[in-house]
Design a protein. Sequence first.
Length: 59
Amino acid sequence: MYICVCNAIRECELRKVARDCGGDAEQAYAKLGKTPNCGQCLNDADKILDQERCELVAL
């Protein structure tokens, strides 16, 4: 599923980046070589990053 339509960033890409870097959605986008455009996706992206990092800690 696409999380950021402007940059064509998929949920699976965000989850992978969450494992490799800390920070918020904007930092994760930068790791992917992208920058937020309209910004409507940032809250959802932050939630996905937090969720993935919590799952890593639980392991």
